[in-house]
Design a protein around this ligand. Structure first.
Ligand SMILES: Nc1ncnc2c1ncn2[C@@H]1O[C@H](COP(=O)(O)OP(=O)(O)O)[C@@H](O)[C@H]1O
Ligand SMILES: [Mg+2]
Length: 316
């Protein structure tokens, strides 16, 4: 994409779960795609919810975006896999960093994580391993750093380490000029690993399920963002709030209206519909755009990616 970039060694060929060659389909052309002191506090936030907007990406490097919500099962991993893939299919160079011990990004991108040696844990403990931790995936242009269960316990181990909130930031720095976007998936918690992701990021995308407690969850996250901005990363901002698993029920519509009212500028439309194809794609080791591109989920993620592509300043 950028001739001025120096050459990175090839990403490792990770063993793929599926041994199939994927080619770009016509939909691509047609698609418009501190001990307790430093540990971030997570007490309830009262008062108006403040989700600061993000800034443009500095010139000469890719944007770093964390997909985050401390609630589990809201579509973070699904969003990372499918946004990364759709942008890869559009020709952008994407790096996915899986910071969740469940390691589901690998499965969804066709990478057999049991055969991968260097993971996100190594990256956080030894930032200099970054270049060799990258693996190719089932999707062209999408590389990834695999998360796995070795991330469990890392929070405890890091308690005594100096500069522990900046490890991921340092690790990713040499990679930034080589990618258009680095997308970080996070665990359902606001611990030190998630804080590392926020410190490394220009922006965050928050998937929210259009159910009860969506706004309460955002209030909690808003408090964390505020603290990270004050203490660690003053330019962190929100790139978008994305509604997921949206169904045509009265409750879902009510919550969607409340969100649109609360964050008129931050919402990413359309809401992602609840769609079984999105849930089954990972079992095939491929993202929705290689599994069922014309399913409701495939269409919604394609439309959402077109919005994010503009918001992230990727469109050339
Ligand atoms: N729009 C959707 N429609 C139906 N199922 C979905 C959708 N988005 C995600 N899922 C499924 O819901 C579950 C939780 O999603 P996931 O992306 O893993 O959430 P998180 O990473 O926030 O825990 C997974 O089984 C996933 O396949
Ligand atoms: Mg997840």
């Amino acid at each position: 994409m950028n001739d001025e970039r120096s050459v990175l060694p090839d990403a490792k060929e990770a063993p793929l779960i599926v041994d199939v060659e994927f080619t770009e389909t016509d939909e691509v052309a047609g698609s418009p795609i501190l001990d307790s002191v430093e540990r971030v506090k997570t007490e309830e936030v009262s008062g108006p919810m403040d989700l600061p907007a993000s800034l443009p990406t500095p010139k000469g490097r890719g944007r770093v975006v964390t997909v985050i919500n401390q609630k589990g099962g809201v579509g973070k991993t699904t969003t990372v896999i499918n946004v990364a893939s759709q942008l890869g299919l559009r020709g952008y160079k994407i790096l996915v960093v899986d910071a969740d011990s469940q390691g589901n990004c690998a499965t969804g991108l066709g990478v057999d994580k049991s055969k991968v040696r260097t993971t996100t844990r190594d990256l956080i403990l030894n930032p200099e391993t970054a270049i060799n931790a990258r693996h190719a995936t089932a999707v062209d242009n999408v590389h990834m750093i695999v998360g796995d269960k070795t991330l469990i316990g890392l929070e405890q181990e890091m308690l005594r380490q100096l500069g522990r909130e900046r490890r991921l930031y340092e690790a990713l720095a040499p990679l930034l000029p080589h990618y258009d976007l680095i997308l970080i998936d996070t665990p359902p918690s606001l611990g030190i690993v998630s804080v590392n992701a926020l410190v490394a990021s220009d922006g965050i995308v928050v998937p929210v399920q259009t159910e009860y407690f969506a706004l309460e969850g955002l209030a909690l996250l808003s408090g964390t963002i505020r603290e990270v901005r004050t203490l660690l990363n003053p330019t962190l901002g929100v790139d978008g709030v994305l509604m997921t698993m949206h169904a045509p029920t009265t409750l879902n519509h009510q919550v969607a209206s409340e969100l649109r009212e609360a964050f008129p500028k931050l919402m990413v439309e359309p809401a992602i519909r609840r769609n079984i194809r999105l849930a089954e794609a990972p079992s095939h080791g491929i993202p929705i755009h290689l599994h069922q591109p014309n399913s409701a989920g495939g269409q919604d993620y394609r439309d959402v990616v077109s919005v994010l592509e503009r918001r992230w300043g990727l469109k050339r």
